[in-house]
Design a protein around this ligand. Structure first.
Ligand code: HEC
Ligand code: HEC
Length: 634
């Protein structure tokens, strides 16, 4: 009788599966898509394939930089065998390396034609970079060698645009690729963030170590993007491409908008500056990767940032004048619906993950209690109800519940002053969202009204080590970090907003991820294990920075990169012109003098990149080890 019922049940289940056509999709970008609604699928297509028309912008960048940044040369198929190793990008599983140049003399990956409904572009060979025909291409004047020498000289046959997936799609910790140079679609994860991406290779394609900009490109940690490169805030503050998980469980905060109305919003971005709603934040990123560039590039100087002060981007104007804005805006509900489906990878589900997890319930309990006492007030979206008298006891109970991790964003999504968090201040000092700057309309009034953070005391002074620096972060919104989620954090070391805490080992296997996790967690909980001043980014050989005038400013080997890269360039008029004074002063800087003046003009005189936070540093070693075991289960 029982077995008969079971048989009936399983028959019924099989019919449901068949009738919905739910055969698992195995080797296509739609991998796992059988679980998605049509709207979520459309959202995924947007996330993976939609460029918002940004390809025009990237063509402009290639011409303006004369090829230092050129997406078309970046995707050269001859790089395919080592794209992961050298550039940290993901090879498109539907493509192979070219055996010979194409009809235009360009080496382009050979890709299977994949029809994405409503999105007309082809793969460039790299996940997230899409190929379009260039309407300005003229076969008669085309000359491949001329182009490769200087992309400003002639229009190429293709334009290459960037999608959100370019940075956000990374390797799936649950199905690591056998060979990271040739992944299959099921080896990829939609929103974990590409932790291996070496952005410096994109922005320094043709530079060598004689050029200071090469050093800037090369010290940038893998897995980061300097999101205020265009439009620049004159601070070199590359930040981790974080995983986007548990979006549906992310806490809301009621904030006041520019027009005085209030609205519940998330604190998007490391500094929580994007605070007008998720769709607004996403549209801003499209602009940032090139959408509506005809308008956007009139608001700032896209390459050096020195020729004009930033002007605010007006959303109403973009909506009126830029068709790409309207087309993309219509896609954002789907994209958000898709992102809400993304769940973190759990170590217990990874191949061999069990080996790294303790079976000792007492250790786990101890770790959970340490988390309750030291971390949960910030790193949990489950918070005690208002009026709870014994908050500590509430957290101690909460962490021991079997469902503590369910629907928990593992962050309260609040902003804290960097003076309290203690990590490197660079990213918190970014100015693009403050009043009068380019993203003014994308931050709330509440953000702009935040009081100044406390003074940063005793910062390491790389010029005079016996004279520590005190720095007062300016007000207006700056000076804060939003608490990041810890979901799936076993798979995403190194840590902090700049990916600078812990080793980077370039190894997406489970054991590789666990080695990076262990190192970063030890440095987190035992601050004495950090590199401190040794983590500073410095130039490795003598170099020069070309100024607009043509003058080459000498920079000595061993110079902290941020001593030069964080200079408020528009204010340093003297160094921009090529006259007697420029040469005199430039000469002194080249000799290693006048560094005090550079420090005084530095927008973020904080050079040690693996600083802070130091919560739980005073726990016993056993408590710390237990805490690490508990964090592994997130
Ligand atoms: C060039 C790399 C790059 C591309 C392309 C990119 N992002 Fe990101 N993204 C980042 C980085 C870096 C961060 C972390 C920035 C921060 O939090 O300040 C991030 C973070 C985010 C976050 C999460 C922020 C949070 O608070 O958790 C969202 C949402 C997001 N991006 C949306 C998008 C959308 C939408 C697109 C496509 C229009 C996109 N990104 C394209 C680099 C990129
Ligand atoms: C006062 C709030 C607060 C407390 C308490 C706190 N954190 Fe954090 N945590 C933050 C903020 C803010 C950041 C982001 C700092 C940055 O990126 O510069 C962060 C970052 C992290 C990161 C890096 C995450 C990533 O993806 O890069 C880890 C890991 C972490 N915290 C673990 C812990 C642990 C474990 C504890 C308890 C011992 C703890 N935190 C206590 C606020 C807090």
């Amino acid at each position: 009788m029982r077995s008969f019922r079971l048989l009936l049940l399983s028959l019924a289940a099989a019919t449901v599966l068949l009738s919905q056509g739910n055969a698992p999709i195995t080797d296509s970008y739609e991998y796992g898509g059988e679980r998605l609604t049509p709207q979520e699928r459309e959202g995924r297509n947007t996330w993976y394939f939609w460029t918002g028309g940004g390809e025009k912008f990237w063509r402009g960048v290639a011409a303006r930089t004369h090829g230092i940044t050129d997406l078309l040369q970046y995707v050269d198929s001859r790089r395919r065998p080592e794209r992961f190793k050298t550039m940290g990008v993901v090879n498109d599983p539907d493509c192979t390396a070219a055996a010979k140049p194409d009809e235009y003399g360009l080496w382009m990956d050979v890709c299977k034609a994949v029809d994405v409904p409503g999105i007309p572009s082809q793969s460039s060979g790299v996940v997230g970079l899409r190929k379009f025909p260039n309407p300005k291409f003229d076969r008669v004047v085309w000359d491949v060698n001329k182009y490769l020498k200087d992309p400003a000289s002639v229009e190429p046959p293709y334009l290459i645009g960037m999608t959100c997936g370019f940075c956000h799609i990374g390797f799936n910790p649950l199905y690591p690729p056998k060979d990271p140079e040739s992944p299959r679609w099921y080896n990829l994860s939609s929103a974990i963030g590409n932790q291996y991406f070496k952005e410096g290779t994109l922005f320094g394609l043709k530079l060598d170590a004689k050029d200071f900009r090469w050093h800037v490109a090369n010290v940038q940690p893998a897995g980061t993007s300097d999101t205020s490169r265009f439009a620049t805030d004159h601070i070199f503050n590359p930040n981790a491409i974080n995983s986007i998980v548990h979006l549906a469980d992310r806490p809301w905060h009621t904030e006041t908008m520019a027009d005085g109305t209030t609205r519940p919003v998330h604190h998007i971005l490391k500094d929580g500056s994007d605070s007008i709603g998720t769709a607004g934040a996403s549209l801003r990123v499209y602009v940032n990767i090139g959408m509506c560039s005809d308008y956007w590039t009139t608001l700032h100087d896209p390459i050096s940032g020195t020729k004009m002060e930033q002007k605010p981007f007006r959303i109403a104007l973009a909506r009126k004048d830029c068709p790409d804005w309207r087309a993309t805006e219509a896609l954002m509900a789907g994209a958000e619906a898709f992102l809400k489906t993304v769940q973190p990878a759990r170590l217990k589900d990874a191949p061999g993950g069990d080996r790294f997890l303790t079976k000792d319930a007492e250790v786990l309990r101890r770790g959970a209690l340490a988390f309750a006492d030291q971390c949960a007030r910030c790193h949990s979206s489950k918070q005690p109800p208002a009026g709870t008298s014994d908050v500590a006891a509430w957290f101690r109970q909460a962490v021991q519940r079997a469902d503590f991790l369910e629907e928990n964003f593992l962050s309260n999504d609040r902003r804290y002053p960097v003076s309290e968090i203690g990590t490197n201040a660079g990213r918190a000092l970014a100015t693009n969202a403050i009043a009068g700057h380019v993203w003014e309309e994308f931050s709330s009034r509440t953000y702009k009204d935040q009081p100044a953070a406390g003074e940063l005391k005793g910062l390491y002074n790389p010029v005079r080590t016996n004279k520590p620096i005190n720095f007062q972060p300016p007000a207006g919104g700056r000076g804060y970090y939003r608490v990041p989620t810890l979901s799936g954090v076993w798979a995403t070391a190194p840590y902090f907003h700049n990916n600078a805490l812990g080793v980077f080992n370039s190894d997406p296997s489970v054991s590789g991820r666990m080695a990076a996790f262990q190192d970063a967690m030890e440095k987190l909980l035992w601050p004495e294990k950090r590199l401190g001043p040794r983590s500073m980014w410095v130039t490795s050989v003598d170099s020069y920075q070309p100024l607009e005038s043509g003058y080459k400013l000498k920079i000595r080997q061993g110079t902290p990169v941020n001593l030069i890269a964080n200079i408020n360039a528009p204010q340093m008029q003297l160094l921009r012109n090529d006259n007697f004074f420029t040469r005199f002063i430039g000469g002194l800087i080249g000799k290693g003098l006048l560094y005090d003046a550079l420090l005084r003009n530095n927008l973020s005189p904080d050079f040690v990149v693996d600083r802070g936070h130091t919560f739980a540093k005073d726990l016993s070693d056993d408590d710390k080890r237990a805490l690490i075991e508990f964090v592994k289960t997130f």
